[in-house]
Design a protein around this ligand. Structure first.
Ligand SMILES: [Zn+2]
Length: 109
């Protein structure tokens, strides 16, 4: 099924099937219905509501989460370098440091 985005509805009834808005852009489903007659369009707002029903997220919120995730990854990478340097100074391998950390040797009493 191929949908297209159009700036304005061209064919009757010239409105969104969900909210009856004729303000574009709209998705032209290219589907023609006989009752009621006309082309089936869906406006951007209704597409957003439908997408959220399927678990899709708002592009701005997704971009914000991507930015936060990138910052956390950078912090993790920086901490890896710090731990690696500390392990080298302590003359233990990173794996030895991991084993020590898992052993509870650094737990506070
Ligand atoms: Zn709509």
């Amino acid at each position: 099924m191929d949908f297209v985005v159009v700036p304005v509805p061209v064919f009757p009834p010239g409105r969104c099937v969900g909210c009856h808005s004729s303000q574009g852009p709209l998705v032209d489903t290219l589907v023609e219905e006989l009752v009621p007659t006309g082309r089936v369009y869906v406006c951007e707002r209704c597409v957003g509501e439908m997408a959220r029903l399927f678990g899709w997220s708002d592009p701005e919120a997704a971009a914000l989460r991507d930015g936060e995730l990138r910052a956390v990854r950078e912090q993790v990478e920086e901490m890896r370098h710090v731990v690696d340097r500390v392990a080298r100074v302590a003359k233990v391998s990173l794996e030895d440091a991991r084993v020590l950390a898992r052993s509870g040797a650094f737990e506070e009493e």
